[in-house]
Design a protein around this ligand. Structure first.
Ligand SMILES: Nc1ncnc2c1ncn2[C@@H]1O[C@H](COP(=O)(O)OP(=O)(O)OP(=O)(O)O)[C@@H](O)[C@H]1O
Ligand SMILES: [Mg+2]
Length: 423
């Protein structure tokens, strides 16, 4: 019998050993790193968004004329009127420009649709998951965080993926992230000097006003060793439950601090991912309208419930969620089976299938290269219609998330159907 490393008897090619793979990895890493730093490195360089008066009116849910009347009263409302100096010097011109922070201040002050979390209630923790890779989890998590912040909410984004893609989209260099800025200290054993049971110290501000971040970095992989190790070490930590580590940390002062906590997870049902589900009030699964993705989605739910059921036996309380949503993602209506697959999804998931639908769009995929979401794009180089379709889809998803949260988590009676956002 041949040993596994033996070449095929007739092969003239040497076997591929681990040193070969190491060399390949080093070369690829150098090239990728060079491209990243030359073109789209997240380095705190993302410009902050600017809004004109029309865009501000849309954010505030006002007509242009109603907004103009409000802008005239800006000083009495203690808000900036955004007036820019005329190009030739002189007095202020007609052009008004607002930074993102100023725009959010306006939304909070005058929007009829801005809703304040009821006093005493906690943040809605929303975990975005699907163990299938590349379905749009990170794009959705980041875009939802941005959309909710533009609605006036205070958002904490938690990146639990060692790939750190959400961290990169939020303009933080994931290779420069310190372990202390991630959730890793929560997973470290008690005896470890780096152990912590709170998250406050891990939070950093981002370039985006209204979104704070607990970053993701490659060292998050270590949590996959620490958590089961601690679970087995009953003598040292008799009451330790691996599943509740993040949940408990969020309950220590974080849930009252934010309106939404948005958690992006890796494409695996790992110990860390299970923590994200356990800490969640709501679950969102982006699901492409493709046959294979659909089939694997049912397996996801069965594996998830099996794991959760066995964990529940030792849990402090049974696990419940305020709402669960499945959102069709990367939907391409030019494909032959899309409509059929969407019908199957509707039949399979019933009321849990959200009305919002994320189209397969170059306005989204371009962001995969330039590290931008539809909310980062100040001026889309391409068809306006393409951009608007993608932007409206994410606006509608965020509006539906907010509707579900207000009614099912915060106990609000919300009469109107989810906001229809027009650009
Ligand atoms: N609606 C869309 N239209 C076009 N491209 C999209 C869309 N959503 C996501 N993509 C692209 O698909 C790729 C995967 O998206 P994303 O990283 O969000 O998926 P993911 O589920 O988080 O992946 P992973 O499982 O690896 O974490 C990215 O290149 C992204 O730009
Ligand atoms: Mg991802």
């Amino acid at each position: 019998m041949l040993a596994r490393t033996d070449p095929a008897p007739e092969s003239a090619f040497p076997p591929i050993d681990l040193s070969y793979i190491e060399a390949m990895e080093e070369r690829a890493d150098r090239v990728v790193e060079k491209v990243r730093t030359n073109s789209y490195a997240p380095s705190g360089r993302k410009p902050s968004l600017l809004f004109n008066a029309t865009q501000l009116a849309l954010l505030c849910g006002k007509s242009n004329s109603a907004m103009a009347r409000l802008l005239d009263k800006a000083a009495s409302l203690n808000l900036t009127d955004g007036a820019q100096p005329a190009p030739n010097g002189g007095t202020a011109g007609k052009k008004r420009i607002f930074t993102q922070a100023e725009a959010v201040d306006w939304v909070r002050a005058v929007s009829d649709t801005y809703f304040k979390r009821p006093p005493g209630s906690m943040a809605c923790t929303l975990t975005i998951g699907n163990f299938k890779g590349g379905v749009g989890k990170t794009v959705a998590s980041t875009s939802i965080a941005q959309a909710l912040s533009l609605m006036g909410y205070k958002v904490l984004a938690i990146d639990l993926d060692p790939q750190g893609s959400m961290t990169s989209l939020l303009d933080v260099d994931r290779m420069a992230v310190d372990d202390e800025q991630t959730m890793l200290p929560l997973a470290r054993p008690l005896s470890d000097a780096g152990h912590r049971d709170t998250l406050q110290e891990s939070i950093q501000e981002t370039y985006w006003t209204g979104i704070d971040l607990v970053a993701g970095s490659p060292s998050l992989f270590n949590a996959e060793f620490y958590l089961p190790m601690r679970q087995m070490n009953v003598r040292q930590e008799p009451t330790f439950r691996f599943l509740e580590v993040l949940d408990r940390a969020l309950s220590k002062g974080i849930r009252q601090e934010y309106d939404y906590i948005i958690i992006d997870t890796p494409p695996a049902l790992s110990y860390v991912t299970m923590n994200a589900f356990w800490a969640a009030d709501a679950l969102l699964m982006p699901l492409p309208a493709e046959g294979l993705d659909l089939m694997s989605s049912t397996r996801f739910w069965s594996m998830f419930t099996q794991l959760a059921r066995s964990a529940e036996k030792t849990a402090a309380a049974p696990k419940t969620f305020a709402w669960i949503g499945i959102v069709p993602s990367k939907v391409d209506h030019t494909k032959q089976y899309t409509k059929f697959n969407l019908d199957v999804m509707r039949a399979a998931y019933g009321e849990n299938l959200l009305n919002a639908e994320l189209p397969l769009s170059s306005a989204v995929s371009v962001g995969g290269t330039t590290l931008a979401t539809v909310y980062d794009i100040q001026k889309y180089v391409g068809s306006k219609k393409t951009y608007e379709r993608a932007r409206v889809a994410f606006d509608q998803l965020a509006a539906q998330i907010d509707f579900l949260t207000r009614t099912r988590k915060w106990g609000q009676i919300v009469k109107e159907t989810p906001l229809q956002v027009k650009l």
